[in-house]
Design a protein around this ligand. Sequence first.
Ligand code: AHR
Length: 307
Amino acid sequence: APASGTDGSGRGDSDGKITLGFAQVGAESGWRTANTKSVQESAEKAGITLKFSDAQQKQENQIKAIRTFIQQKVDVIAFSPVVESGWDTVLREAKDAGIPVVLTDRAVDTKDPSLYKSFLGSDFVKEGRSAGEWLTAEYAKENGPVNIVELQGTTGSAPANDRKAGFAEVIKGDDKFKIVASQSGDFTRAKGKEVMQAFLKSHKDIDVLYAHNDDMALGAIQAIEAAGKKPGEDIKVISIDGIKDAFVAMNQGKINVVVECNPLLGDQLMDLVKKVAAGENVPTRVEVEEGVFTQDQAAEALPSRKY
Ligand code: AHR
């Protein structure tokens, strides 16, 4: 987009359209693919010109993309920060260039909240708590010990940090729950499978798998089956996201519960983008509504899953 628009506001493309630079995390999961599609479709629907960049899960790539957007003088920058820390410098560069920033899906850790206009996404701590609450209810009548292995998301990312913390907060009230191993599977199927294979080798008595997303859970299920065990029965599986494949696995009895994390943020994002481009005030935090699904709800919910 040229530096200034034709609408006299100094904003917008030469055709008066808003240009949004969006720096996506990558394509690590089914959730992410759905999120990207939602952003692209909603931009098109809203008449917003989208410059899209895929950082392949690397912070340095995201920083590069944001700097390119600043040079291109886009009207608004939105991004989903791969990790929580280390953003102040580039956010200050955007601010100095007068380009408003909207965070989507993942938050940043900063002491200066003026560096971005709004955050749109989920409460990941709450998701972790919901996972923990299902577990404590499931084992309420048992003495334990309940040996848990945890597949964490990308190290340093907000969903990994928060889902770990929310879950730990709930289970710590009862010392029969023991996290016997916890390692990152980087939110991917391949790593989920690989790390679960290692868990199964070093721990013979795993009762529960807590995976920070569906893709890692689905990869881990392959490892559990290859080890001759029944996922969902021999090892209970708790997962987060709610992609269609996870609902299929729940239907087959292989995942016990899925805590929803909604990737369909596109329309709400475009609303925020229009507002910040027009200089309007927006809420600093906008959270999306989410549910928890158990196996008996999976069959009914599957046909209407949108991602
Ligand atoms: O930030 C949201 C998380 O990122 C999703 O839960 C996970 O699937 C994705 O990779």
